[in-house]
Write a new protein. Structure first.
Length: 201
C-alpha cells in the first residue's frame, strides 16, 4: 500500500518560538531535531476551480511540478496522495481537463498566485515532522505531518502528540496560505470567487 501524507495544520505563537527551538517547553519534547531552513517559491494553477473543487491541487515549487489529491479529511486534518512525476500529474489533470498539455507548456493551466515561503523543519520524538512556515506576505502557519498507510491511526497519533505538547500547538483554527493570500490581495480578476478555506498548502 502506498504511503499517504497525513497532516494537521496549527497556529503557532511567535512569542513561544524561542522556547520551542530550545526545547524548553513544559513538557519538553522527548527529542527535537532541527532539520534546517528551506526557502522556496510556490506558483499555484487551476482552471475556473475545476481541479480544486475536486480536491486536486497543482503547483510548481521552484522548478518542480507537484500535485496533491485529497483522500479524506478537512482543511485542518487532511490525508493526501501526492506525486511530483509530470506524467502522473498530467494523467490526473487530463481526467478533468482533457485539453491539458505537457508540463513544459504549464499543462495549459492559468496561474492563480505565487509567493515565497521560509520553512523551518523539525523532527520531533523521532517520527513527527513539524514545519513552521512564514510567507513573504506576512502569514505564518504550522503543520505536523506523518507518512503512513493507516490514515485514521496516523491522525489519532498526531492529535495525541499535539495535545501532549499543547503549550506550543495553538488551538485556534489555522488559516492556510492560499486563504490568507487571497484575503490580502483578492482573487484573480479572470476567475470567479473560490472558497480557498479548504486548501492544504
Amino acid at each position: 500500500m502506498a504511503l499517504l501524507e497525513v497532516e494537521q495544520k496549527f497556529v503557532f505563537c511567535l512569542s513561544r518560538l524561542s522556547k520551542f527551538r530550545a526545547n524548553q517547553g513544559t513538557p519538553p519534547f522527548r527529542q527535537l531535531k532541527f532539520l534546517g531552513v528551506r526557502c522556496f517559491e510556490d506558483v499555484y494553477y487551476d482552471y475556473f476551480n475545476t481541479l480544486s473543487s475536486k480536491g486536486i491541487w497543482i503547483r510548481k515549487r521552484d522548478y518542480e511540478w507537484q500535485a496533491k489529491q485529497s483522500i479524506q479529511g478537512t482543511f485542518t486534518r487532511s490525508t493526501f496522495a501526492e506525486t511530483n512525476d509530470p506524467k502522473e500529474i498530467r494523467d490526473l489533470i487530463i481526467k478533468h481537463l482533457p485539453q491539458s498539455a505537457e508540463a513544459e507548456d504549464g499543462f495549459r493551466l492559468p496561474e492563480l498566485c505565487r509567493f515565497k515561503t521560509s520553512r523551518e523543519n523539525y523532527l520531533a520524538d523521532g517520527k513527527f515532522n513539524i514545519a513552521l512556515d512564514k510567507t513573504n506576505f506576512g502569514h505564518a502557519v504550522g503543520e505536523v505531518e506523518l507518512m503512513a498507510e493507516d490514515a485514521p491511526r496516523a491522525h489519532k497519533e498526531i492529535e495525541d502528540f499535539m495535545e501532549h505538547y499543547s503549550w506550543f500547538f495553538g488551538r485556534e483554527p489555522p488559516k492556510g496560505k492560499l486563504t490568507a493570500y487571497f484575503e490580502k490581495y483578492g482573487m484573480p480578476s479572470a476567475l470567479p470567487a473560490i472558497d480557498y478555506s479548504i486548501t492544504v498548502w
